[in-house]
Design a protein around this ligand. Structure first.
Ligand SMILES: Cc1cc2nc3c(=O)[nH]c(=O)nc-3n(C[C@H](O)[C@H](O)[C@H](O)COP(=O)(O)O)c2cc1C
Length: 278
C-alpha cells in the first residue's frame, strides 16, 4: 500500500491531478494511477485541485486543505498600491509586538514557494532586549573595525566599497553615542536560516521574508531587512555565538519588527524599470 491513495469510488477521472502533477500521477485506461511516488515533494497540488476529494496522502493532513475562500476580491489595483506602500521602518514605537502577531508572521512565511518544496528554512525570533542590544553592539563593533581597517594609510578600497564607508563609520559612531543604528531599537528580530549548501536556500529564505514583511504591513507592523547584520555575521560568526544556529546552516536574512512610530503620507518614486523585451 503506497502513501498516495486514490478513492476509485469518488474519482471521476477528470485528469486535473495528472495535469498539475505530471510526474507522480498518470492517466491510464481511464483511471488515475500513482507512479514513482517516492519523488512526491508534498506540494499538495493534487489534493488542492481534486473536486471530489478523492486523493489522500499519508504525509499530508487533509484538514489543512480548507476550501479556498470565494470572496477574496482583492483588486489588482489594491494589491499594487499595497505592495507599493510598504516602507522600511526605522523608527519604532516603544511597544512590544505580541507573541501571537509574531507567530502569525512566521506562519505565513512558511507558505512562500521553496525549491522542490523543501521548506528548509528555520526561523529565529528574538524579543530579548538585552540580546538584541548585544547583537547590535557586536555588529557595530564589526563595522568600526572594518572602517578603521579600510581607512588605514596605504589602504585604497575600490569605489564600490568606498561608497559604503560612511555607513560603516556611522554604525560605529552611533554605537559610541549609545544609539543603535543596526536594529534601531526594534522590539523584535526575525532571523531566517537554512542549510548553507542547498542551492535554493537563499531564495527560500528571502521569499519567506517577503511574505513576512507584507503580512506585517497588513497587520500595521513595521519591518526592515538588516543587511548590515547579515554581512557582519557572514564574516564574523562569533557575533551570533549564542543563537545556536545549526553548524550546517547559514543566516540568509534578518528583519526588525515593531510598531512604526511614524506614518508615511506619500508613495515614493522608483527608477524606471531596466527591462528588455525579447
Ligand atoms: C538586502 C537588503 C539589505 C538591507 N539592509 C538594510 C540595513 O542594514 N539597514 C537598513 O536600515 N535598511 C536596510 N535595507 C532597507 C533598504 O535600505 C530599503 O529597502 C531601501 O532604502 C528602500 O526603501 P523602502 O524599503 O522603504 O522602500 C535593506 C534592504 C535590503 C533589500
Amino acid at each position: 500500500m503506497g502513501k498516495i491513495a486514490i478513492d476509485a469510488e469518488r474519482c471521476i477521472s477528470c485528469g486535473e491531478c495528472v495535469v498539475v502533477c505530471p510526474s507522480i500521477l498518470i492517466a491510464e485506461n481511464g483511471k488515475i494511477k500513482v507512479v514513482d511516488e517516492e519523488h512526491c515533494n508534498l506540494c499538495g497540488h493534487c489534493l488542492a485541485i481534486c473536486s471530489v476529494e478523492a486523493i489522500d496522502h499519508e504525509d499530508l493532513d487533509r484538514r489543512e486543505f480548507v476550501d479556498l475562500p470565494q470572496d477574496l476580491n482583492i483588486s489588482p489595483e489594491a494589491i499594487f498600491t499595497f505592495l507599493r506602500s510598504r516602507r522600511s521602518c526605522r523608527v519604532f514605537a516603544a511597544k512590544e509586538v505580541p507573541k501571537q502577531s509574531l507567530e502569525e508572521l512566521i506562519d505565513i512565511g512558511r507558505y512562500a514557494p521553496t525549491g522542490h518544496n523543501s521548506q528548509n528554512f528555520e526561523f529565529l525570533v528574538i524579543q530579548n532586549k538585552e540580546l538584541i542590544r548585544e547583537l547590535a553592539k557586536r555588529t557595530a563593533v564589526f563595522y568600526g573595525n572594518l572602517y578603521k581597517m579600510l581607512s588605514a594609510p596605504g589602504v585604497n578600497p575600490p569605489p564600490w566599497l568606498q561608497g559604503h564607508m560612511r555607513g560603516f563609520r556611522l554604525n560605529w559612531e552611533y554605537h559610541l553615542e549609545g544609539k543603535d543604528r543596526i536594529f534601531r531599537n526594534a522590539p523584535a528580530l526575525i532571523i531566517i536560516h537554512a542549510p548553507a549548501e542547498n542551492v535554493s536556500s537563499a531564495q527560500n529564505c528571502h521569499l519567506a521574508m517577503a511574505h513576512i514583511m507584507f503580512q506585517a504591513q497588513a497587520m500595521v507592523l513595521g519591518t526592515c531587512i538588516i543587511g548590515y547584520f547579515i554581512t557582519a555575521v557572514e564574516r564574523d560568526p562569533s557575533i551570533v555565538k549564542e543563537l545556536d544556529i545549526p553548524q550546517n546552516n547559514k543566516i540568509f536574512t534578518c528583519c526588525t519588527v515593531g510598531y512604526p512610530k511614524l506614518t508615511f503620507r506619500k508613495l515614493v518614486q522608483r527608477k524606471p524599470p531596466a527591462v528588455r523585451w525579447m
